[in-house]
Design a protein around this ligand. Structure first.
Ligand code: SF4
Length: 404
């Protein structure tokens, strides 16, 4: 059972920060540069905060060679040290399970690599994805792009080529800038990317994908917001996966972005042991709405090598959606999607409310959220019109509609 998230946040932040970082001055704590430079990036550092069994060290070294470790002090302060299955720790601590099932899953299940322009994926007709950095504030253990954050991975960011490609394809109206996390770039570098994309006349909207408001909310400052708002229409997709991530700091970061006119949509990942029960999911979507962040997508966890322990069945995802739809406001209900392996793109899945539809008869049978069954009729195929007033008894002209 998840307790009220605000109540729990206050407790866990106080205890987590006081437990792990006693004596850190307020000014340092609120400075994103301090947070970034004091990230936990090695097992040695980690062992000074949480118990790491010595006999597990060699295996864990292999885990972080496969996929880096990086945890901000802020995110570590959200840990509940008394819970061995803490959902916050589960998303950020390297685990032996990442070495199991090494033959299951793929390094690049969505086939993002292989484009003629490194770092650019053009899957859908009118939009492209740009991966412009391999750095994140935190390395989420369930990440789909682990492959670019492997020790020794060399990633060339060919910005000139990316810009040239978009400029040469007038059908591209939507550019999604991702990574890694674009908001970890120095502001002038990020501005260079945004300015060059915005200068292409046929690009209508720019979207940034970032976990920074969740894992390093101090980064969202006045300077960054002032820069971002020059490049509207600009949207940001964030990733909150658990209600305990909806803290006062996160709310304040989201507020600043919203005040800069940037709509915020959340893209959660359905993660075993993190948010795969209805109490947690309901608390998450309600917490997001209180921060004025729209629950947009709930992603089925991708079959990435080393992430098998996070995956749930599709049936679990559908069941969760079935317990949200109709039981809480529609604004709270994300679209549950599977990003098809092999690069097939995103497909929405969910509970079937339409039980039967006879198109020829114009008749549908639907069930509602309570399981009650209803019939719905299509409009007549040949409805009477004003051109044929004789068919409307007692009426020789169209009456204005009363909209109440
Ligand atoms: S912030 Fe995004 S790209 Fe970075 S590790 Fe987390 S999920 Fe992956």
């Amino acid at each position: 059972m998840v307790r009220d998230s605000d109540e729990r946040n206050d407790e866990s932040q106080l205890s987590g920060r006081d437990t792990f970082f006693p004596g850190v001055a307020e000014e340092e704590w609120n400075d994103w540069r301090w947070q970034y430079h004091n990230r936990i990036t090695s097992l040695q550092q980690l062992a000074s905060f949480v118990p790491v069994q010595e006999e597990c060290l060699p295996a864990l070294q292999q885990v972080i060679r496969n996929f880096r470790i990086g945890i901000t002090p802020y995110y570590l302060s959200l840990f509940d040290p008394s819970n061995p299955h803490d959902p916050i720790a589960r998303q950020s601590l390297p685990a032996i399970e990442e070495l199991l099932h090494q033959n299951t899953g793929e390094d690049d299940p969505l086939r993002e690599e292989g484009s003629p322009v490194p770092g650019l994926t053009h899957r859908y007709p009118d939009r492209v994805l740009l991966v412009i950095t391999d750095t994140c504030a935190m390395y989420c253990r369930h990440c789909t792009r682990k492959r670019i954050m492997t020790e020794g991975a060399v990633r060339r960011i060919e910005l000139d080529q990316m810009i040239g490609y978009i400029a040469a394809h007038p059908e591209i109206r939507d550019v999604i800038i991702s990574g890694g996390d674009p908001l970890t770039l120095p502001t002038p570098r990020l501005e260079e990317v945004l300015a060059r994309v915005r200068a292409i006349p046929h690009v209508e909207i720019i979207r940034i994908g970032s976990r920074v408001p969740c894992v390093l909310p101090q980064r969202i400052d006045a300077e960054l917001c002032a820069m971002l708002e020059k490049y509207h229409p600009l949207w940001i997709n964030v990733q909150f996966n658990h209600p305990r991530e909806c803290t006062d700091e996160a709310r304040s970061a989201c507020n600043m972005l919203l005040r800069a006119g940037i709509p915020l949509n959340n893209q959660s990942v359905l993660l075993r042991g993190v948010n795969d029960d209805i109490e947690t999911m309901r608390a998450l979507v309600h917490g997001l709405l209180r921060m004025r962040v729209r629950p947009y997508y709930l992603f089925q966890c991708d079959p990435v090598r080393g992430s098998e322990h996070f995956r749930t069945t599709i049936a679990q995802g559908i069941s969760l959606l079935g317990q949200l739809r109709g039981h809480t406001s529609g604004l709270s209900v994300p679209t549950y999607v599977i990003d098809l392996p092999g690069g097939g793109g995103k497909v929405p899945v969910g509970p079937m409310f339409m039980m039967h539809y006879d198109e020829r008869a114009g008749r549908a049978t639907l069930r509602n959220f309570q399981g009650r069954v209803f019939e719905y009729l299509d409009p007549e195929r040949d409805p009477p019109s004003v051109a044929d007033p004789g068919r409307i008894a007692g009426c020789d002209r169209q009456q204005p509609r009363d909209n109440g």
